[in-house]
Design a protein around this ligand. Structure first.
Ligand code: HSE
Length: 327
Protein backbone atom coordinates (compact mmCIF):
# COMPACT_ATOMS: atom_id res chain seq x y z
CA UNK A 1 0.00 0.00 0.00
CA UNK A 2 1.87 3.11 -1.17
CA UNK A 3 -0.06 5.69 0.85
CA UNK A 4 -1.35 4.84 4.33
CA UNK A 5 -5.12 4.51 4.31
CA UNK A 6 -5.35 3.75 0.55
CA UNK A 7 -6.25 0.28 -0.77
CA UNK A 8 -5.14 -1.56 -3.82
CA UNK A 9 -8.23 -1.89 -6.05
CA UNK A 10 -6.48 -3.52 -9.02
CA UNK A 11 -3.01 -4.07 -10.43
CA UNK A 12 -2.33 -0.38 -10.96
CA UNK A 13 -5.12 1.38 -9.11
CA UNK A 14 -5.29 2.53 -5.52
CA UNK A 15 -8.37 4.06 -3.92
CA UNK A 16 -9.22 5.61 -0.60
CA UNK A 17 -12.00 3.51 0.88
CA UNK A 18 -15.14 5.30 2.07
CA UNK A 19 -15.86 3.80 5.47
CA UNK A 20 -17.08 4.88 8.87
CA UNK A 21 -13.95 6.02 10.67
CA UNK A 22 -12.63 3.62 13.28
CA UNK A 23 -12.78 5.13 16.75
CA UNK A 24 -9.36 5.10 18.47
CA UNK A 25 -9.23 6.26 22.10
CA UNK A 26 -5.90 7.83 23.00
CA UNK A 27 -4.52 9.49 26.13
CA UNK A 28 -2.20 12.34 26.98
CA UNK A 29 0.18 12.72 29.88
CA UNK A 30 0.07 16.48 30.38
CA UNK A 31 -2.44 19.07 29.21
CA UNK A 32 -0.27 22.18 28.95
CA UNK A 33 0.59 24.14 25.80
CA UNK A 34 1.35 21.04 23.73
CA UNK A 35 -1.13 18.58 25.31
CA UNK A 36 -4.10 20.88 24.94
CA UNK A 37 -3.02 21.74 21.38
CA UNK A 38 -2.96 18.03 20.49
CA UNK A 39 -6.51 17.66 21.82
CA UNK A 40 -7.59 20.80 19.95
CA UNK A 41 -6.01 19.60 16.70
CA UNK A 42 -7.68 16.19 16.92
CA UNK A 43 -11.08 17.76 17.66
CA UNK A 44 -10.94 20.66 15.18
CA UNK A 45 -9.57 18.62 12.30
CA UNK A 46 -11.40 15.39 13.04
CA UNK A 47 -13.16 15.34 9.66
CA UNK A 48 -10.10 15.77 7.48
CA UNK A 49 -8.02 13.42 9.65
CA UNK A 50 -10.70 10.73 9.38
CA UNK A 51 -11.07 11.26 5.62
CA UNK A 52 -7.32 10.88 5.18
CA UNK A 53 -6.83 7.86 7.44
CA UNK A 54 -10.17 6.19 8.25
CA UNK A 55 -9.38 6.79 11.93
CA UNK A 56 -10.96 9.03 14.52
CA UNK A 57 -8.49 9.62 17.32
CA UNK A 58 -10.22 10.80 20.46
CA UNK A 59 -8.52 11.98 23.63
CA UNK A 60 -10.28 10.10 26.42
CA UNK A 61 -7.86 10.83 29.29
CA UNK A 62 -5.37 13.61 29.96
CA UNK A 63 -3.21 13.40 33.06
CA UNK A 64 -2.90 16.69 34.98
CA UNK A 65 -1.78 17.72 38.45
CA UNK A 66 -4.64 20.12 39.11
CA UNK A 67 -8.17 19.48 37.84
CA UNK A 68 -9.39 22.95 38.78
CA UNK A 69 -6.77 25.02 36.94
CA UNK A 70 -8.16 27.46 34.35
CA UNK A 71 -7.23 26.27 30.87
CA UNK A 72 -7.18 28.20 27.59
CA UNK A 73 -8.57 25.20 25.76
CA UNK A 74 -10.66 23.13 28.17
CA UNK A 75 -10.83 19.37 27.77
CA UNK A 76 -14.17 17.65 27.35
CA UNK A 77 -15.97 16.59 30.52
CA UNK A 78 -14.39 13.63 32.26
CA UNK A 79 -11.17 13.70 30.23
CA UNK A 80 -8.84 15.32 32.77
CA UNK A 81 -7.62 12.98 35.45
CA UNK A 82 -4.99 13.01 38.18
CA UNK A 83 -4.73 9.23 38.06
CA UNK A 84 -2.04 7.71 35.88
CA UNK A 85 -3.36 4.26 36.86
CA UNK A 86 -6.64 5.12 35.17
CA UNK A 87 -4.82 5.57 31.87
CA UNK A 88 -2.57 2.57 32.38
CA UNK A 89 -5.54 0.37 33.21
CA UNK A 90 -7.78 1.46 30.35
CA UNK A 91 -7.58 -1.38 27.87
CA UNK A 92 -9.29 0.72 25.19
CA UNK A 93 -6.40 3.16 25.07
CA UNK A 94 -3.84 1.96 22.56
CA UNK A 95 -1.63 5.03 22.27
CA UNK A 96 -0.42 7.62 24.75
CA UNK A 97 1.51 10.86 24.17
CA UNK A 98 3.81 11.89 27.03
CA UNK A 99 3.85 15.70 27.05
CA UNK A 100 4.42 16.49 30.69
CA UNK A 101 8.21 16.95 30.70
CA UNK A 102 10.52 16.13 33.60
CA UNK A 103 12.66 13.05 33.68
CA UNK A 104 12.10 10.49 36.44
CA UNK A 105 8.32 10.30 36.55
CA UNK A 106 7.99 10.52 32.77
CA UNK A 107 10.47 7.70 32.34
CA UNK A 108 8.64 5.53 34.87
CA UNK A 109 5.28 6.17 33.21
CA UNK A 110 6.64 5.45 29.72
CA UNK A 111 8.14 2.16 30.91
CA UNK A 112 4.86 1.15 32.54
CA UNK A 113 2.88 2.03 29.41
CA UNK A 114 5.23 0.10 27.14
CA UNK A 115 5.09 -2.80 29.59
CA UNK A 116 1.31 -2.86 29.15
CA UNK A 117 1.73 -3.01 25.37
CA UNK A 118 0.65 0.57 24.72
CA UNK A 119 2.18 2.64 21.94
CA UNK A 120 3.93 5.76 23.14
CA UNK A 121 4.93 9.10 21.64
CA UNK A 122 6.95 11.67 23.57
CA UNK A 123 8.13 15.22 23.03
CA UNK A 124 10.40 15.05 26.07
CA UNK A 125 13.81 16.13 24.82
CA UNK A 126 15.45 16.34 28.25
CA UNK A 127 14.45 12.74 28.98
CA UNK A 128 15.61 11.47 25.60
CA UNK A 129 18.93 13.31 25.92
CA UNK A 130 19.72 12.07 29.42
CA UNK A 131 18.09 8.77 30.27
CA UNK A 132 16.24 7.82 27.13
CA UNK A 133 18.47 6.44 24.42
CA UNK A 134 17.06 2.96 24.80
CA UNK A 135 13.62 4.45 24.10
CA UNK A 136 14.57 5.77 20.68
CA UNK A 137 13.56 2.68 18.75
CA UNK A 138 10.51 1.99 20.91
CA UNK A 139 8.63 5.28 21.07
CA UNK A 140 7.90 7.99 18.51
CA UNK A 141 9.79 11.20 19.20
CA UNK A 142 8.82 13.58 16.38
CA UNK A 143 7.68 16.26 18.82
CA UNK A 144 10.98 16.35 20.70
CA UNK A 145 13.00 18.42 18.23
CA UNK A 146 12.21 21.44 16.06
CA UNK A 147 8.45 21.72 16.54
CA UNK A 148 6.55 21.07 13.33
CA UNK A 149 9.61 20.30 11.18
CA UNK A 150 9.65 16.57 10.32
CA UNK A 151 13.33 16.27 11.17
CA UNK A 152 13.24 12.95 13.04
CA UNK A 153 11.42 11.29 10.17
CA UNK A 154 13.96 12.72 7.70
CA UNK A 155 16.94 11.54 9.75
CA UNK A 156 15.56 8.08 10.51
CA UNK A 157 13.80 7.13 7.29
CA UNK A 158 14.51 9.82 4.73
CA UNK A 159 18.24 9.41 4.13
CA UNK A 160 20.48 6.47 3.20
CA UNK A 161 21.77 4.87 6.43
CA UNK A 162 25.04 6.39 7.59
CA UNK A 163 24.99 9.04 4.88
CA UNK A 164 24.79 12.08 7.11
CA UNK A 165 28.14 13.67 7.93
CA UNK A 166 27.17 16.97 9.56
CA UNK A 167 24.07 18.60 10.97
CA UNK A 168 23.91 22.27 11.89
CA UNK A 169 20.98 24.37 12.86
CA UNK A 170 18.98 26.76 14.94
CA UNK A 171 16.98 24.37 17.09
CA UNK A 172 15.62 26.56 19.88
CA UNK A 173 12.67 28.75 19.02
CA UNK A 174 12.71 30.98 22.10
CA UNK A 175 16.26 32.22 21.65
CA UNK A 176 15.70 32.78 17.94
CA UNK A 177 12.57 34.75 18.79
CA UNK A 178 14.50 36.91 21.25
CA UNK A 179 17.39 37.57 18.85
CA UNK A 180 15.09 38.35 15.92
CA UNK A 181 12.91 40.63 18.06
CA UNK A 182 15.93 42.48 19.42
CA UNK A 183 17.05 43.03 15.80
CA UNK A 184 13.63 44.57 15.14
CA UNK A 185 13.90 47.02 18.02
CA UNK A 186 12.50 45.22 21.06
CA UNK A 187 14.41 45.09 24.30
CA UNK A 188 15.45 41.67 25.60
CA UNK A 189 12.91 41.90 28.42
CA UNK A 190 10.05 42.80 26.05
CA UNK A 191 10.99 39.98 23.69
CA UNK A 192 11.13 37.44 26.54
CA UNK A 193 7.74 38.54 27.81
CA UNK A 194 6.24 38.15 24.33
CA UNK A 195 7.84 34.69 23.92
CA UNK A 196 6.33 33.62 27.24
CA UNK A 197 2.92 34.94 26.20
CA UNK A 198 3.15 32.85 23.03
CA UNK A 199 4.10 29.83 25.15
CA UNK A 200 7.41 29.21 23.41
CA UNK A 201 9.38 29.28 26.64
CA UNK A 202 10.01 26.23 28.83
CA UNK A 203 8.54 26.18 32.35
CA UNK A 204 12.07 26.98 33.50
CA UNK A 205 13.25 29.68 31.02
CA UNK A 206 16.91 29.04 31.85
CA UNK A 207 16.60 25.82 29.82
CA UNK A 208 16.10 27.97 26.74
CA UNK A 209 18.36 30.89 27.63
CA UNK A 210 21.32 28.80 28.82
CA UNK A 211 21.35 26.68 25.66
CA UNK A 212 20.41 23.47 27.54
CA UNK A 213 17.26 22.98 25.46
CA UNK A 214 19.20 23.37 22.21
CA UNK A 215 21.93 21.06 23.55
CA UNK A 216 19.40 18.33 24.38
CA UNK A 217 17.94 18.59 20.90
CA UNK A 218 21.39 18.46 19.29
CA UNK A 219 22.20 15.35 21.37
CA UNK A 220 19.08 13.63 20.02
CA UNK A 221 19.81 14.79 16.48
CA UNK A 222 23.42 13.55 16.67
CA UNK A 223 22.28 10.19 18.03
CA UNK A 224 19.82 9.75 15.19
CA UNK A 225 22.20 11.05 12.52
CA UNK A 226 25.31 9.10 13.49
CA UNK A 227 24.02 6.11 15.44
CA UNK A 228 26.08 6.38 18.63
CA UNK A 229 24.31 7.61 21.78
CA UNK A 230 25.09 11.24 22.54
CA UNK A 231 23.87 12.65 25.85
CA UNK A 232 23.46 16.19 27.13
CA UNK A 233 26.74 15.76 29.00
CA UNK A 234 28.57 15.22 25.72
CA UNK A 235 27.46 18.57 24.30
CA UNK A 236 29.55 21.71 24.87
CA UNK A 237 26.98 24.46 24.97
CA UNK A 238 26.40 28.09 25.75
CA UNK A 239 23.29 30.23 25.62
CA UNK A 240 22.29 33.80 25.12
CA UNK A 241 22.36 34.70 28.84
CA UNK A 242 24.96 37.39 28.23
CA UNK A 243 23.42 38.90 25.10
CA UNK A 244 21.32 42.02 25.21
CA UNK A 245 19.82 44.23 22.50
CA UNK A 246 23.01 46.34 22.33
CA UNK A 247 25.17 43.37 21.34
CA UNK A 248 22.56 42.22 18.83
CA UNK A 249 22.32 45.65 17.21
CA UNK A 250 26.08 46.16 17.18
CA UNK A 251 26.41 42.97 15.08
CA UNK A 252 23.51 44.12 12.94
CA UNK A 253 25.24 47.44 12.22
CA UNK A 254 28.12 45.45 10.68
CA UNK A 255 25.81 43.43 8.39
CA UNK A 256 25.90 40.43 10.75
CA UNK A 257 23.36 38.50 12.80
CA UNK A 258 23.81 36.59 16.05
CA UNK A 259 22.17 33.18 16.23
CA UNK A 260 22.40 30.24 18.63
CA UNK A 261 23.74 27.52 16.34
CA UNK A 262 24.14 23.82 17.04
CA UNK A 263 26.66 21.75 15.11
CA UNK A 264 26.91 17.96 15.21
CA UNK A 265 29.54 15.81 13.56
CA UNK A 266 30.71 12.30 14.46
CA UNK A 267 33.49 13.91 16.53
CA UNK A 268 31.68 16.57 18.53
CA UNK A 269 28.43 18.32 19.25
CA UNK A 270 28.31 21.99 20.19
CA UNK A 271 25.84 24.82 20.68
CA UNK A 272 27.29 28.33 20.44
CA UNK A 273 26.30 31.91 19.82
CA UNK A 274 27.53 32.45 16.27
CA UNK A 275 27.93 35.55 14.18
CA UNK A 276 26.58 34.98 10.68
CA UNK A 277 26.31 37.08 7.55
CA UNK A 278 22.90 38.68 7.52
CA UNK A 279 22.09 36.76 4.31
CA UNK A 280 22.79 33.32 5.85
CA UNK A 281 19.64 31.12 5.91
CA UNK A 282 19.88 30.84 9.73
CA UNK A 283 20.15 34.64 10.04
CA UNK A 284 16.95 35.05 8.04
CA UNK A 285 14.87 33.05 10.52
CA UNK A 286 12.15 35.12 12.16
CA UNK A 287 10.02 34.50 15.20
CA UNK A 288 10.46 31.10 16.81
CA UNK A 289 11.39 29.41 13.54
CA UNK A 290 14.06 26.73 13.41
CA UNK A 291 16.24 25.57 10.52
CA UNK A 292 18.46 22.55 10.14
CA UNK A 293 21.06 21.98 7.43
CA UNK A 294 21.86 18.31 6.81
CA UNK A 295 25.01 17.48 4.88
CA UNK A 296 26.08 14.11 3.60
CA UNK A 297 26.84 11.63 0.90
CA UNK A 298 24.57 11.61 -2.11
CA UNK A 299 22.02 14.18 -0.98
CA UNK A 300 24.77 16.81 -0.50
CA UNK A 301 22.76 19.42 1.43
CA UNK A 302 19.20 19.57 2.69
CA UNK A 303 17.75 22.58 4.45
CA UNK A 304 14.64 22.10 6.55
CA UNK A 305 13.01 25.14 8.09
CA UNK A 306 9.76 26.03 9.79
CA UNK A 307 7.98 26.63 13.08
CA UNK A 308 10.21 25.36 15.89
CA UNK A 309 8.27 26.08 19.07
CA UNK A 310 4.75 26.62 20.33
CA UNK A 311 1.89 24.37 21.35
CA UNK A 312 0.13 24.14 18.01
CA UNK A 313 3.37 23.77 16.08
CA UNK A 314 4.69 20.95 18.27
CA UNK A 315 1.25 19.33 18.32
CA UNK A 316 1.55 18.96 14.55
CA UNK A 317 4.45 16.54 15.05
CA UNK A 318 2.80 14.74 17.97
CA UNK A 319 -0.45 14.22 16.06
CA UNK A 320 1.55 12.81 13.14
CA UNK A 321 3.27 10.42 15.58
CA UNK A 322 -0.03 9.32 17.13
CA UNK A 323 -1.48 8.45 13.73
CA UNK A 324 1.67 6.60 12.81
CA UNK A 325 1.44 4.62 16.06
CA UNK A 326 -2.17 3.55 15.69
CA UNK A 327 -2.25 2.90 11.96
N1 HSE B 1 11.22 26.05 24.48
C1 HSE B 1 11.38 25.33 23.28
C2 HSE B 1 11.93 26.25 22.21
C3 HSE B 1 10.07 24.76 22.86
O1 HSE B 1 11.84 27.48 22.41
O2 HSE B 1 12.44 25.79 21.21
C4 HSE B 1 10.14 23.80 21.71
O3 HSE B 1 10.93 22.70 22.02
Amino acid sequence: MPIPGWMRASEDKYVRPVTTPRDVPVALLGYGAVGSAVDRHLRRHQGELAAATGLRLRVVHALVRDLTKERAYPALDGVLTTSFERILGDGQVVAVAELMGGIDTSRRYIDLLLGRGKQVATANKQLLATDGHDLLGRVRIGGSVCGAIPLVETLVRGLPPGACTRVSGVVNGTTNFLLARMESGSSRAEALEEARRRRYVERDPTEDLSGADAAAKMAIIATLAFGDPVTLDDVAFEGIDQLDEHAVREAQSRGKALRLVGIATRREVTVKVTELDASHPFALLCDADNAVLLEGTGFRQLLLAGPGAGGEETASAVVADLFELVR
